[in-house]
Design a protein around this ligand. Structure first.
Ligand code: MN
Length: 288
């Protein structure tokens, strides 16, 4: 079986979002025109890697209330803590090793903010938020949250490393997140020199994103905060050049039109205009 080689390597862009949260935005189609940028990793739209950083006491770095429509976010916390609330009345606490899957569906307003203890003492924070597109038939679905506790996706040992599977199946381990888009998503940690191999379904989008350290794929190095989008072949084969922490993504492309504006991802311009109106006129609800 042939090993996949790298189709494109795109470095993440340092930016800020929410309440002055420094993050690296990873969009493999960055530089392409408009919504085309969001098509490159179909069914995934983008990935934000926030931290690792140490917050000073009193730093209210977080994401105050804002809307979303037409896709899902899967937020995975590696260090620190976040409290979330949304306009459906949902709320919860995000802990290290845990995640939350938000279905924005027909429209939601939510916030993610530091917990009071962290506000008082400061401390380390790191996480990854992945935007997963919804098929057209699910863009009008009921919004809501699913909390994925760390206990539901424990580390599984591997030769020279360990893996935590959030969705789909990697290394024979199946994760808890259920999404309309068919996908597989995992956090992999490897010691220097360790190898990882995985067969993947034909036609799926496959991407590797090191968060720390670097890996080698078919003779090319992939540095931290870079998206390696892989080309044809049956197997992902990689080796850690140094001690490395990385996210693995695989998904079946939706192949549907994408219209995008800020926090809304729909199929047509008209649907985006409607989303903006819905939000402005309060139809996505509000936080109490
Ligand atoms: Mn958000």
């Amino acid at each position: 079986m042939s090993a996949k080689s790298i189709f494109s390597l795109v470095q993440g862009q340092p930016t800020q979002d929410g309440n002055r949260v420094p993050l690296t935005r990873l969009v493999p189609g960055l530089g392409q025109h408009g919504a085309e940028a969001f098509r490159a990793m179909d069914p995934f739209l983008l990935m934000d890697h926030f931290g690792p950083m140490v917050l000073n006491p009193g730093t209210d770095a977080g994401f105050p209330p804002h809307p979303h429509k037409g896709f899902q976010t899967l937020t995975y916390l590696i260090q620190g803590a976040f409290k979330h609330r949304d306009s459906t009345g949902g709320s919860g606490l995000l802990r290290p090793g845990g995640a939350q899957l938000m279905n924005a569906g027909a429209g939601i307003v939510h916030e993610e903010m530091p917990v009071p203890e962290q506000l008082e003492t400061g401390g380390p924070i790191e996480g990854v938020q992945l935007w997963i597109n919804l098929p057209k038939a699910h863009k009008g679905s009921a919004p809501g949250y699913t909390d994925l506790q760390p206990e539901s996706m424990p580390w599984a040992p591997l030769p020279g490393g360990r893996i935590r599977v959030l969705a789909g199946t990697w290394a024979g381990v199946t994760g808890p997140a259920q999404t309309p888009a068919r996908m597989a998503y995992a956090h992999l940690e490897l010691e220097a020199g360790a190898r990882f191999e995985q067969a993947l379904p034909e036609g799926w989008t496959v991407a590797v994103v090191p968060l720390r350290g670097s890996v080698r794929i078919e003779g090319r190095d992939v540095a931290a905060d870079t998206v390696a989008l892989l080309g044809e072949g049956e197997r992902l084969v990689l080796a850690a050049s140094s001690s490395a922490s990385l996210m693995l993504l695989a998904g079946k492309p939706l192949g549907e039109p994408i219209a995008h504006y800020g926090p809304f991802v729909m199929n047509t311009r008209e649907e985006i205009e409607q989303a903006v109106l819905d939000y402005q006129q309060g139809r996505m609800g509000h936080l109490d």
